[in-house]
Design a protein around this ligand. Structure first.
Ligand code: GLC
Length: 402
């Protein structure tokens, strides 16, 4: 069996980390399955896929396409501009090149990752080859994408969704006839584990080491606006200072898409105007997320909109951290509130500050939540599960197509 993956970005975002985990799991389960990856841009993602033994090559997006849409956030170009980009001649040309690349690769199945590749894959797939959309984000919050995907749903054989919540959204947006298989993500439990090296976050953020012990609380997220950086900073401001807390914003800008990112400088200014200078550090992008999480006492997830899955939450749990999670979305499917995580109302600064304060004051609560979280993660997020769930779907779709 040969699978060709189409991925929009070449950088490592959540959808890319997820896809790498699926590929790693498939390779371990059945080395006979050939895996090939075509990405719309070059970057670290391709290198990491190659390291797994996947044949990976970029087929570079034209500029109009690279800037269109929403891979990393909820923003999208306004209607007419978006439509203009999607129908630009360069996009038609790209579809043609992709069609050729796919014909040459001769896959048994095409697995697409990211909205733009769902559409392009559907347009470019050789006749008779099943197309599996792997959906990581809510479609209905992006009206243009929702319309385009609904229109192309007939060319999609089936969908994998990263949560039950996203699966429901796909059905609502694209019609109930589409087959949708929810598969939760997994994480590499050898990397994301309670034991292992920890980063010096103060040094990375350019902060002096604290003069007395502090509780370290960090938001680990891409810089998409809806990840709640502002809510986190305002919640930090509300903490009493007893015990002393140091906040960290871990992560940097990632995607090329317009309008979906918040600006690090803007956040620094906000931190300054809130009087947080010296009490919060900005590390920028870190390669080793596990080592960053192990350096934190509390990992905060503060998304202001429903989170489709929340890979960072799964990773932080696997690292045995005490996690505070925004209520709603797919994240609700992966935590048991009060047992392996604390939950706050999405976007509510006092609620988040309340949870952070509770954890800052109570080391025993942090330890208990962290231990339970590590246990839950081992049960829920082992990577072997991915191949166990995905292989039967591949086999079914290929058998139907034969
Ligand atoms: C997207 C979603 C995020 C999820 C990731 C992996 O980035 O926004 O919630 O964890 O994909 O599926």
């Amino acid at each position: 069996m040969k699978i060709v993956y189409l991925n929009a970005s070449g950088q490592m975002g959540g959808a890319e980390r997820s896809l790498l985990d699926f590929m790693a799991s498939l390779r371990a389960a059945d080395p006979q399955v050939a895996l090939e990856l075509i990405a719309g841009a070059g970057g670290a993602f391709l290198d990491q896929a190659r390291a797994l033994g996947v044949e990976a090559h970029p087929l570079l997006y034209p500029r109009a396409l690279a800037r269109l849409g929403d891979a990393g956030g909820r923003a999208h170009l306004p209607g007419t501009l978006g439509r203009a980009s999607i129908s630009a001649p360069s996009v038609a040309l790209y579809t043609l090149r992709l069609r050729r690349a796919l014909a040459a690769a001769a896959p048994d199945l095409i697995h697409t990752n990211g909205f733009k590749m769902h559409l392009l894959g559907a347009w470019a797939a050789p006749r008779g080859v099943p197309v599996l959309w792997h959906v990581h984000d809510y479609i209905s919050s992006r009206p243009l994408m929702a319309r385009l995907m609904r229109a192309q749903a007939g060319r999609c054989t089936a969908v994998v969704a990263n949560s039950l919540s996203v699966a429901d959204d796909v059905r609502a947006a694209c019609g109930a006839r589409l087959r949708v298989f929810p598969i939760h993500n997994a994480v590499d439990l050898r990397r994301f584990s309670p034991a292992g090296p920890a980063l010096d976050l103060d040094r990375l953020a350019g902060l002096a080491p604290p003069s007395r012990p502090v509780v370290r609380i960090g938001l680990v997220a891409t810089m998409a606006r809806w990840k709640g950086h502002e809510v986190f900073l305002r919640a930090l401001k509300m903490l009493s200072g007893d015990p002393p807390v140091r906040g960290y914003v871990v992560g940097g800008a990632l995607y090329e898409t317009e309008g979906s990112q918040c600006d690090l400088e803007e956040l620094r200014c906000l931190a300054g105007s809130l009087g947080l200078a010296g009490r919060v550090g900005f590390t920028g992008f870190v390669d080793d997320a596990a080592a960053a999480m192990r350096a934190l006492d509390v990992v905060v997830h503060a998304s202001t909109q429903p989170e489709p899955f929340g890979l960072v939450v799964a990773e932080a749990m696997a690292c045995g951290r005490a996690v505070v999670v925004s209520r709603g979305g797919g994240t609700a499917e992966i935590v048991t509130p009060g047992e392996d995580a604390l939950v706050h109302e999405a976007g509510c600064v006092p609620a988040l500050a309340g949870r952070m304060g509770e954890l800052a004051r109570d080391p025993a609560l942090r330890a208990a939540l962290g231990a339970k979280a590590a246990q839950s993660a081992r049960r829920r997020f082992a990577r072997e599960r991915l191949a166990e769930q995905l292989m039967p779907i591949y086999r079914l779709l290929c058998a139907e197509a034969a």
